[in-house]
Each structure stands twice: as structure tokens, then as C-alpha cells.
Design a protein around this ligand. Structure first.
Ligand code: DGJ
Length: 695
């Protein structure tokens, strides 16, 4: 049993393997946090006596904070739930209506005392995960006027400590830059107002008391499963109380809940751990593999993607030439990127016209697909279904299909506009052509791109224009779910100009994600470091591209480029027709090496051995008896020999043999002293992969 109830004290306790979460109802039926942290029994949780703070501010922090602050009474913190009724009243006066426990799922049924609003708080725990999933359901249970919903977060969380905040910031081509900083007193907002998850921030956070390390210490973390705009507000009081609330949508949106309607928030999951940031990452990875990703046990194929080779200049002969080289380098799946359809010969035209460009592919896609198959690879195709160029037949026929506002300029970004997937006709159109495309061709893989943010976020004539932000994401999810169900062989790569739409909502519907448009191996080290804080390596696509890198113009040796990409889901993305015979041979050799370590990298436990800017960066993967260690030195400083890399998670009693050299190491020495890096080449851009097997 994982959910316990003390009816007399109106207390509930949820247990995960290594944590527990308790809440209770106060005298006014308001659900309040009691405990989030180490495992407690129901009896122990009952000892935590909290005042019923109906006359104090919600800035109080700590135990007894509302589970969903709703602007009731003397509550001045950021509200999780903001509603407005037709007579002008706002807030919620709670009434408890009962609860249900169904395995690990607790439903707490509440309602407003005076207005026809039912609020169900959901909690779900599982026996094999420390993640506690929480979400909220709102229902209009009456007749008459709609209820205005100004905000409805999925959950508010009250960790008992949390004066340091870890999260990621970034930009296009610079995603997932980890920031670990003292949480300021006041309110800190992490958000995206872009209609998508964003490159700038990502909807997860970790809190600790300033003492946690990669390996030790209590960490409270949370991640939101939502791929649209979002907001997480963290509040720290001068007395170190910490509360955070998060959910879909940015500030200022207003939607209406009509009589009989129910709205369900996305899931905002929390996870507590005592083994530092690394331990929390491991628990998130295990959870995502077990409960989020669609086919977690599969090994991701080695993709070749031709984007950085041919950009928009695609045609059947050029792609077949690349396919031949890619196959001989060891690629297993060939992806034709942008430029294969309509008038899409650059990014100015054709987006939305999803018919094969017959000038470029005179016999349709079939000729290329057959050629790719003949080279022993599967075939994948790029699509960007949610977008349209104004210069397209689609836009000329349906100018009203895009997200827009009356009397406002339709701002283009990358010369494109966003189709309003909230509209059922637009979603149906997209399903129709995608289903046809996948049915008529042997397509095993779609790269699903999304290359701009929402602007002029309106939906004229809908009567409820802000619904767009929610409806777009839900219809996108429904479309992906339906395509996958109807085409079970289909695998999907999520992409948004690189990593602009990576979150637990998207990871439930795609098999991997394109981590960043920045394929420079040096920049990738920190991007990958940030990515793995919550998301698993199994989903982190990493291409080896050309040198100089097309974006940064940095010259980086092939081996270093490979070694960085081999720490994720290795793929090739360079213009192989310009690679020398030696480079192609070295690439084939490195791809073959990756095949050997792929199960360990993709399914193992990842240990970030150093910060991403260490003189020698180390990353370790362990699976069963196998250990793989990557070491990277970008710049040599002073010519000193590198320190040994201390490994993690090994058996100190065991011995480990280096698969390449036969050298033997004791686990105790690898843990305490470290792995000698004498095989790391001298100089800049030096890298090394060490494979160890437990003897
Ligand atoms: C952005 C993606 O991130 C790139 O990999 C590529 O697919 C382009 N879009 C194509 O337009």
C-alpha cells in the first residue's frame, strides 16, 4: 500500500520507496502540506502539528502551506488558483467532498462552498519510483454563467528547506546551461511565454539548503509535463520558508469554464532524494525510462541527418550520395531534413504545402526510400506541421488558420507563422496529411520540428481567445498519440530549433529529442551536462558534424567530436562527401566503438564526474558489469598531467579490467583515488573513452 489515510485527523500520507508526502485538511477544509521528505509512517506524520493559519499570511512557508493557494482570506503569496465568478467574487472557500484511493492514486474531492466549482487534487505514487505526480482538475458543476479561470496551477509544493535553486537557462543554440544560485528572498519566476517550453528556461527546478553536492545531500525537485507556455514561481521568505507553485500558461491569460466543463492541468511531479543532485537525476532518469518514454527498452538507432550537409539544397541524387556514405560509416537510419516539399527551397516559402517537390524528387520520395533501404538503413523524414510560410498555398487558402489577433500585424519569425492547432479543422488537416504521408511511404521516423514562438496569441471568433495556449498543446499531444497508435512502428524525434520543446509532456510522445542546433562539441559539453539533470541520456540526440563547425567556426578534431556525441544518442550530421577517406574510416571505427558501448550509455546510470567547465571533464556510465568513462580536455593549461578521475557507484571490493588495454584496477582505488588518465592525449581537444568490465 502506498497511500494511507487517518480519517480522524483528516490526514493522508503517500509513500514512495525512499520518501513520503503528507497533507491534511485544516478546520476550514483547506488542504495543507504537512511533510515532504524522508519516509514517515502515518502515525509519525500525525505528530506534525500544524496550526490552521486562517488568519496569517501564506508567506508563512513550510508545513501547513495550502496545497493549492487560492486567494482565500489573508493569503498574499502567488496564487496557484485564481478564479472569478460572474458576480465578481474570487478565491475559493473550500469544502471537502470526499476522497478516493485507487492503488497509488489519491483523489481529494473539494469544492467551493458557495459557487459551482469542484476542484479535485490528484496525487499518484508508484512502487518503483520516488516521483510524486500531482495535478488539478476543475469542474463547473452548475448552470448559467461561465467561471473565469485566471490561473490554475497543477500543484504548490512546500519543501522544508530550499534556499538554493538549481535550474537551467539558455537561448537558441545554448540550451540547458545549469545555474545553481542562492534563492533570493522574494519571488523568483521561471517561465516561458512563448507557447512552447522554450530554449530560455525549462520547467524543472531543484532546491537544497546550500550544502548538497553531486553525490550527497537532500534535494527537492519538480518537473512539469507541459510543452506550452508555463510558469513556476518560487517564493522565499526572510525566514527561509520556501514554497513553489507551477503549471501551464504564463501570467495574464484568462479562460472560461462553462457549465458542465472540466479542465485538467498537466502533471507537476515532485521528487525528493538524499543522494545529492546526481542521485535526484538518477531517480528522474529511472522514472522517465519506466513511466514516460514510449519505448524505453529500445536502443536508439544511429541516425544520419543530412541537414548540415545540404541545408535546403536537397535532391534525390545528392541525398543518395550521402546515404551511401552514411551507411558505410555505420548509420542505421537516414533522415531527410527540411526542403523536400512544396516550394520550400529556402525558409521563405512552401511551409505548409506537404507535397513532394517533383523538381527535386521526380519519382516522389519512393526512389530515395528504396535507395536508403538498399543501403541497409531505415528512412526518416523532417516535418514541421504546426507552421506555415505566408508564401504558401496553404496560407493563401486559409489565412485565418494561423494564430493571430484582429488589427494586429502578424509577426513573422524565420518567415513563418504558427498554425492554430487549437482549431479542430487545423488539427484534422494535419492529421490527414501526416497519416497519409506515413501510410503511403515506408517512413520509420519523423523529425517533428517547431521553429518559432507564438506572437499575437489570439483566436478570433472563438469567444475565448486565450484557450489557444492550452488547446494548441492538447491537440498536438492528441495528434502525436493518434499517429503513434495508428502506426506502431513509427518513431518520432522531438525538435524545436534544437531543444526548445523538451519536457516530460513531449518525452511521453517522442522517442528522442534534438538537443540543440549547436553541434559544436565544445559547447555541447555544458548543454549535455544541463540536459541530464532531469532528462535521460537515452533521449539526448547528439550529431557529429563538420569542422569548422557551421555555427561557431571552431575547428575540433573528429575524435573529440565523436567522443562528445557518443556520450548521448550518437548520430552523424556532417557533409560526408567532403570528409577524406581517412576521416570516413575513422568515423566508421568510432561508430563501431559506439555500438559496443551503446547499451551502457543509453540504458546505464550516468555520473557527471566533474562540472562541465573542469580542466578535464568526466562523464561515467554504468550498466551491470560494464562501465564507460569519457574524459574531455578542451584546453591544455600549463601542460600539467591531468588528475585521475574519481569514479562513482562501483563496487569497492571488485576489480575492473580495461577492455582495451587489459589493465586492472580495484574498485576501491577507482572510487577513492581515481582512474588514471595517462592515455588522454596531450594538447587541446584531447578526449578518451575507457571501457571497464567488472571481473
Ligand atoms: C531546426 C532544426 O533544429 C534543424 O535541425 C533543422 O531541422 C532545421 N530546423 C530545418 O529547418
Amino acid at each position: 500500500m502506498s497511500v494511507f489515510h487517518d480519517a480522524e485527523r483528516r490526514l493522508w500520507l503517500l509513500r514512495t520507496p525512499h520518501s513520503s508526502y503528507a497533507l491534511r485538511l485544516d478546520d476550514g477544509d483547506c488542504p495543507r502540506a504537512v511533510h515532504w521528505g524522508a519516509p514517515l509512517t502515518l502515525e509519525q506524520a500525525a505528530e506534525i502539528v500544524a496550526p490552521a493559519p486562517r488568519d496569517i499570511s501564506s508567506f508563512h512557508g513550510g508545513p501547513s502551506d495550502p496545497e493549492l493557494p487560492a486567494q482565500t482570506g489573508a493569503s498574499f503569496g502567488p496564487a496557484s488558483l485564481q478564479v472569478r465568478f460572474a458576480d465578481g467574487a474570487g478565491g475559493v472557500e473550500w469544502r471537502f467532498d470526499g476522497h478516493e484511493i485507487d492503488g497509488g492514486h489519491l483523489r481529494l474531492r473539494l469544492a467551493d462552498r458557495h459557487y459551482p466549482l469542484a476542484i479535485t487534487l490528484h496525487y499518484r505514487v508508484r512502487e518503483d519510483s520516488d516521483v510524486i505526480e500531482r495535478w488539478t482538475e476543475l469542474s463547473h458543476t452548475g448552470q448559467g454563467e461561465p467561471i473565469e479561470v485566471q490561473r490554475c496551477d497543477s500543484a504548490s509544493w512546500s519543501p522544508p528547506r530550499g534556499t538554493r535553486l538549481s535550474h537551467v537557462v539558455g537561448a537558441w543554440s545554448a540550451e540547458n546551461q545549469l545555474v545553481r544560485e542562492e534563492l533570493p528572498v522574494g519571488e523568483t519566476v521561471l517561465t516561458s511565454r512563448r507557447g512552447a517550453t522554450s530554449h530560455q528556461a525549462n520547467p524543472w527546478l531543484m532546491l537544497d539548503d546550500g550544502t548538497a553536492t553531486e553525490e550527497q545531500g537532500e534535494v527537492w525537485s519538480a518537473a512539469l509535463a507541459w510543452s506550452g507556455s508555463w510558469r513556476i514561481t518560487v517564493q522565499r521568505t526572510p525566514f527561509d520558508g520556501v514554497v513553489f507553485t507551477g503549471g501551464a500558461g504564463h501570467e495574464g491569460l484568462r479562460t472560461h469554464l462553462g457549465p458542465g466543463e472540466t479542465w485538467t492541468s498537466p502533471v507537476f511531479s515532485g521528487l525528493y532524494g538524499t543522494a545529492g543532485f546526481g542521485g535526484v537525476s538518477h531517480a528522474w532518469h529511472a522514472h522517465v525510462l519506466e513511466h514516460v518514454l514510449p519505448h524505453p527498452q529500445e536502443l536508439r538507432p544511429i541516425v544520419y541527418n543530412s541537414w548540415e550537409a545540404t541545408w535546403f539544397d536537397v535532391n534525390v541524387d545528392g541525398q543518395l550520395a550521402l546515404a551511401k556514405l552514411a551507411a558505410s560509416a555505420g548509420a542505421e537510419l537516414f533522415v531527410l531534413d527540411d526542403g523536400w516539399f512544396g516550394a520550400r527551397v529556402n525558409d521563405w516559402a512552401g511551409l505548409g504545402d506537404w507535397t513532394v517537390n517533383r523538381d527535386r524528387f521526380p519519382q516522389g520520395l519512393g526512389q530515395l526510400i528504396e535507395g536508403v533501404h538498399a543501403y541497409g538503413m531505415r528512412f526518416g523524414l523532417w516535418v514541421e506541421p504546426e507552421m506555415v510560410n505566408p508564401d504558401s498555398d496553404l496560407y493563401r487558402a486559409h489565412p485565418d488558420w494561423v494564430i493571430h489577433m484582429p488589427n494586429r500585424t502578424r509577426t513573422t519569425m524565420r518567415n513563418q507563422l504558427v498554425l492554430n492547432f487549437g482549431r479542430p479543422d487545423v488539427a484534422a488537416w494535419a492529421h490527414e496529411w501526416l497519416d497519409r504521408l506515413v501510410s503511403e511511404h515506408e517512413i520509420d521516423f519523423l523529425k517533428w520540428d517547431f521553429n518559432r514562438s507564438f506572437t499575437e496569441g489570439g483566436w478570433p471568433d472563438s469567444g475565448d481567445p486565450d484557450r489557444l495556449w492550452d488547446a494548441h498543446v492538447r491537440n498536438l499531444y492528441a495528434l502525436l498519440d493518434r499517429l503513434r497508435a495508428d502506426h506502431p512502428h513509427l518513431r518520432i524525434e522531438g525538435c524545436s530549433g534544437g531543444g526548445g520543446r523538451v519536457d516530460l509532456g513531449m518525452l511521453a510522445r517522442v522517442d528522442e529529442v534534438w538537443t540543440s542546433d549547436n553541434t559544436d562539441a565544445v559547447d555541447r559539453v555544458s548543454i549535455q551536462h544541463g540536459f541530464t539533470q532531469v532528462y535521460p541520456v537515452r533521449a539526448m540526440a547528439a550529431w557529429v558534424t563538420d569542422s569548422p563547425n557551421p555555427l561557431t567556426r571552431r575547428l575540433v578534431p573528429l575524435r573529440f567530436r565523436f567522443h562528445v556525441a557518443m556520450a548521448g544518442v550518437l548520430a552523424l550530421g556532417g557533409n560526408l562527401t567532403r570528409w577524406s577517406q581517412e576521416e570516413l574510416a575513422e568515423a566508421a571505427d568510432l561508430v563501431a566503438q559506439y555500438r559496443l558501448i551503446r547499451p551502457v550509455v543509453q540504458h546505464g546510470v550516468v555520473h557527471r564526474l566533474t562540472p562541465p567547465d573542469a580542466p578535464v571533464v568526466g562523464v561515467q556510465y554504468s550498466l551491470g558489469e560494464q562501465v564507460v568513462v569519457f574524459a574531455y580536455r578542451v584546453n591544455t593549461r600549463f601542460g600539467h598531467a591531468p588528475w585521475p578521475l574519481r569514479l562513482r557507484g562501483l563496487d569497492p571490493e571488485a576489480r575492473y579490467r580495461d577492455d582495451d588495454t587489459g589493465a586492472e584496477h580495484s574498485g576501491a582505488v577507482l572510487l577513492a583515488h581515481g582512474l588514471p588518465l595517462d592515455r588522454l592525449p596531450r594538447g587541446d581537444y584531447a578526449s578518451l573513452v575507457v571501457r571497464l568490465t567488472r571481473m
